[in-house]
Design a protein around this ligand. Structure first.
Ligand code: PEP
Ligand code: MG
Length: 289
């Protein structure tokens, strides 16, 4: 029994009846890597770009991505999520009255396409150099056309696992159409809550609206997961909600196929999932909406 418990404390995440749920890490750099997860579900690449007067070079980016690729089984790299709320001096973007609703995430590509081109070149080169299972996704995708354009750019460089983050309600509502363009979806619940509830994600007075148990959020997650099931493609959650052990069985019951979280959350999420059958998870999910 002890051995059984140990086996269940690492390796793939599973429900009590052995339904697999990928447990992945959110990282900001190679320094955040820890053993015990199946890979990286969200590699935030902003760290390379912050506090600089010039964009990081192609070579510098290759080195940083390869360092992570060499040490993890699979890695989902998120392309730069910057904008006027996380201003990058070298982007030279003008201040905006509503930064959260302005040129941020993938939208930076509208004004500065070179940034994404160089980043995709560097991710593709690092993947080639390491032979890694490299996945790439864009933040703040809003329409199927944006997903298609991003996928075209990534695939032109030989990247074969291309995805979109779902952080905007418009994207969640058309998840089925996004999935005709990309290979997977990753739901960023931090921003999806912010935009669904019209509530600044940093606002301490609005915590009740930003609670990931909100039925409207869970309904959007459910419809993305359903679209993924219909398309036979993975749909994960990578916002803070994915690291909440009580919520994990609900998300799995809604049909989510992976949970990506800070390393400290992995053991408790793994333990909680191992206590519920998939049928239990579905019942919890049905009750939560
Ligand atoms: C999210 O919005 O949920 C997310 C994972 O991205 P970030 O927190 O980096 O905006
Ligand atoms: Mg986000």
């Amino acid at each position: 029994e002890e051995r059984d418990r140990l086996a269940k404390s690492s390796g793939p995440g599973r429900t009590a009846d052995d339904h697999p749920v990928k447990l992945l890490l959110n990282i900001g750099s190679a320094a955040d890597l820890r053993p015990g997860a199946e890979g990286v579900g969200l590699f935030r690449t902003e760290f390379l770009f912050l506090d600089r007067k010039q964009a990081p070079s192609f070579e510098e980016q290759v080195t940083a991505y390869a360092e992570v690729f060499a040490r993890a089984e699979m890695v989902v790299v998120r392309t730069l999520d910057a904008g006027t709320d996380k201003p990058l001096p070298f982007l030279g973007l003008p201040p905006e009255p509503n930064p959260a609703l302005g040129i941020r995430g993938l939208r930076v590509d509208r004004v500065l396409p070179d940034v994404l081109d160089t980043q995709l070149d560097a991710i593709a080169e690092a993947a080639r150099a390491t032979g890694a299972d490299a996945w790439v996704m864009a933040p703040m995708v809003t329409t199927p056309a944006e997903a298609a354009a991003f996928a075209r750019r990534a695939r032109a460089r030989g990247l074969t696992r291309v995805g979109a983050m779902v952080e905007v309600p418009a994207a969640a509502l058309l998840a089925d159409r996004l999935l005709t363009e990309v290979d997977f979806l990753s739901i960023g619940t931090n921003d999806l809550s912010q935009y669904t509830f019209a509530a600044d994600r940093q606002h301490p007075g609005l915590a009740d609206l930003l609670d990931p148990w909100q039925p409207a959020l869970l309904k959007l997650i459910a419809s993305c997961a359903e679209a993924g099931r219909a398309a036979g493609k993975p749909v994960g959650v990578c916002g803070e909600a994915a690291g909440d052990p009580q919520l994990a069985p609900v998300l799995v019951g809604l049909g989510v196929t992976s949970l990506s979280m800070a390393a400290v959350c992995v053991p408790s999420v793994r333990e909680e999932l191992s206590q519920h059958t998939l049928e239990d998870c579905r019942k919890l999910a049905a009750r939560s909406r």
